[in-house]
Design a protein around this ligand. Structure first.
Ligand code: MRU
Length: 345
């Protein structure tokens, strides 16, 4: 089953807010609903939100009352802006929207509005299909880095739910497991939204891959005591110098791994690489509602006193010196990243 798909003239997606309790499908019928689904994290994960936004443009095209190609393009441009600002850090969102817009602008001349509508949907569907193939290729490349018997620490959710199908970092684990390698996963629960314990553990359970959930602050202990041999995570945006923006907590995990000589791999499609940014300091970091930090309950009680304040940056930047290699669909990239990343993009 795909995380995001087009069916009956509507955009459908697994509602990731409901997992692991129940598997429900959310439906979007307009680009405004699509932007809200991205913002509310009904759908999340860098490649998944890119594909979602591309289908959001197809909804905008279908809903437009334009009677000329130029008018349709203007409506799509407005929808593109709304979709692009729904979440700021993962570059896949802008990448997918820009890709659809570029194709449509090129084809617009002499085409009917209906022809253009179907081109938008075709391109969104192509991005979705390519995403699955890209994930499988990353899995193949990355599995070569996994040894039989490895325990890996994994951060956030990078599985089928974060993409269209298969997964980035978790896709590497799935491929290695499929090759018969024994892999054990220590799943960072990933505060504050708990994508690790809610989503990654749910996925691993279905794949029959052995795992244990750890709270994020346990990772240093397992790395220092030699319990983990690899650290794997995805990326929301990678700057030209190899600095990686990923789910909050990735930086501390990479620091602890580096201090203990444990290799750190970021697994991401080339659509997550933003060569226009010199380094990670230029990557916008999303700040989300403090309620995500404060609203958690422990034994039925909120974990913070009433009126407490909180900070909630959703991502951090791991400097390139802590990254052993970046696994892409076009191969494994090692330092110096500023020289080697352009070769795969
Ligand atoms: O806030 P989220 O859950 O969308 O953050 C997702 C991540 O940080 C993932 O690790 C990242 O998108 C790469 S996985 C394909």
């Amino acid at each position: 089953m795909r995380t995001v798909f087009w069916e009956d003239n509507a955009l459908k997606m697994i509602d990731q807010r409901r997992l692991p309790g129940s598997l429900e499908i959310a439906v979007c019928r307009t680009h405004v609903e699509t932007a809200e689904a991205i913002r509310s994290m009904t759908v999340r994960g860098a490649p998944a939100i890119g594909v979602t936004a591309a289908f959001g443009l197809a909804l905008a095209a279908n809903g437009s009352r334009a009677r000329s190609a130029a008018a349709l393009l203007a409506d799509l441009e407005t929808a593109a802006q709304i979709l692009k600002v729904s979440r700021p850090t993962a570059v896949n969102l802008a990448w997918a929207v820009d890709r659809v817009m570029k194709v449509i602008s090129k084809k617009a001349e002499g085409r009917s509005v209906d022809e253009l509508r179907s081109f938008v949907l075709d391109e969104a569907q192509r991005i979705a299909d390519e995403d699955v193939a890209v994930n499988k290729r990353m899995g193949e490349h990355g599995a070569a880095l996994i040894d039989d018997g490895d325990t890996v620490i994994h951060h956030c959710n990078t599985g089928a739910l974060a993409v269209v199908d298969w997964g980035t970092a978790l896709g590497v684990v799935r491929t290695a497991h499929g090759q018969g390698k024994r892999v054990h996963v220590l799943v960072d629960e990933t505060r504050p939204r708990l994508q690790g314990s809610r989503l990654t553990a749910w996925e691993l359970q279905q794949y029959g891959i052995p795992y244990e959930i750890i709270s994020d602050n346990m990772a240093g202990h397992f790395l220092r005591t030699g319990a983990a041999q690899k650290v794997l995570f995805g990326a929301d945006r990678i700057a030209a110098n190899g600095d990686v923006a990923n789910k909050i907590g990735t930086y501390m995990l990479a620091l602890a791994a580096h201090d203990n000589g444990v290799p750190v791999y970021s697994v991401a499609p080339t659509s997550s690489i933003d060569l226009s940014l010199k380094d990670g300091s230029q990557i916008p970091i999303e700040e989300r509602d403090p309620e995500e930090v404060l609203g958690l309950q422990f034994m039925g009680e909120r974990v913070a006193p009433a009126g407490a304040q909180a900070r909630n940056p959703a991502f951090d930047v791991t400097p390139n010196r802590l990254i052993t290699a970046i696994v892409t669909e076009n191969g494994i990239v090692r330092p110096p990243f500023d020289k080697n990343l352009p070769k795969v993009v």
